[in-house]
Design a protein around this ligand. Structure first.
Ligand code: ADP
Ligand code: MG
Length: 321
């Protein structure tokens, strides 16, 4: 059964135009994204910076209000909940952020940081909260003596472990991790990724794992969704995506992964041009302005998302004409 179902999610930000705020324009950050995630599965979401990954993640959890669309968690329509019901549903869905330093209150001890959500959700006895906080610290590979320390006393990797412990405090079903290792040294990244894998096994967690770096999601995800300008342009099983990338954008992203062994160095197809402005996205296929295989139709018609043996892509190269 699917734990999470996202249907046609849209998030547009109205913003002021120009220096003096006269006139309005719209940032088309997420433009009709649909996907589902099975219980215990990890869905990777990749794409360049600015493609709408964070906005999508935040809208799913309703940390920001989606403009339209549906999000269902275990069949419950989260988008229509409010008040107490939304608070209860939020327990089941947690987010882990890129920069744990910015997301951990510097004035609180680690113990307080971990106990805050427990208190808010009704664990009343101080001793119970402390016991749970110490158990969480051990679970993420930290010493429970860290309980009385402050975030600044930790390294980046340790702080991200605290961020993970806090997300686990309410025993969530779904975790959306937004670039959780991107700020860490490469040597530390693998350790934190291993922790994600271990926690998924022991807690049967479901992850949506957001990263601009394909090599990070490669070993972690069951399926991968590739986002470009607020849309999913390709989605497939992880191995299938790396072996048979269909969309020229995905192909470029894969070729751009650095290869360590020089003998194996692929011909790198570097994407030219910047990602277009999201206040005036291109007509037709959103990728056509940078696509090495752009055809006439791509400038005019938006390609439909086609599915073949579970592999989805929206590209006119695979349309029927
Ligand atoms: P990603 O996480 O893939 O880098 P984001 O979701 O952060 O992409 O951003 C997608 C687009 O939405 C960007 O153009 C960004 O500038 C814009 N955006 C994000 N948040 C806001 C906001 N609060 N107000 C206006 N525009 C925003
Ligand atoms: Mg982001």
């Amino acid at each position: 059964m699917n734990l999470l179902e996202v249907e046609n999610l849209v998030k547009h930000f109205p913003v002021a135009k120009g220096w003096f705020g006269r006139g309005k324009q719209t940032v088309y950050a997420v433009n009709g994204v649909s996907f589902s995630v099975a219980k215990g599965e990890t869905l990777g979401v990749v794409g360049e910076s600015g493609s709408g990954k964070s906005t999508m993640g935040r809208s799913v959890l309703r940390l920001i209000e989606p403009t339209s669309g549906r999000v269902r968690l275990e069949g419950v329509d989260v988008t229509s909940l409010n008040g107490e019901n939304l608070r209860k549903a939020r327990k089941h869905m947690q987010m882990i952020f890129q920069d744990p330093y910015a997301s951990l209150n510097p004035r609180l001890t680690i113990g307080n940081i971990l106990e805050e959500p427990l208190k808010y959700h009704g664990v009343e006895k101080k001793n119970d909260r402390r016991e749970q906080a110490e158990r969480l610290l051990r679970e993420v590979g930290l010493d429970d003596s860290y309980y009385d320390r402050f975030p600044f006393q930790f390294s980046g990797g340790q702080r991200q472990r605290v961020g993970i412990a806090r997300a686990l405090a309410l025993n969530p079903k779904l975790i959306i991790a937004d670039e959780p290792v991107s700020a860490l040294d490469v040597s530390i990244q693998a350790q934190v990724l291993n922790l994600f894998v271990k926690l998924q096994e022991t807690r049967n967690l479901t992850y949506v794992f957001i990263s601009h770096d394909l090599s990070v999601v490669k070993h972690l995800c069951n399926r991968i969704a590739v986002m470009y300008l607020g849309e999913i342009v390709e989605m497939a099983e992880c191995e299938e995506l790396f072996r048979h990338p269909l969309h020229p954008y995905t192909q470029a992203l894969i070729r751009a992964i650095p290869v360590v062994d020089p003998a194996q160095r692929r011909q790198r197809l570097i994407l030219t041009g910047d990602i277009p402005s999201q206040t005036s996205p291109p007509a037709g296929c959103p990728f056509h302005t940078r696509c090495p295989q752009c055809m006439d139709i791509c400038k005019k018609e938006h390609p439909a998302l086609l599915t073949q043996s579970g592999h989805q892509t929206s590209c006119h190269l695979y349309g029927k004409h």
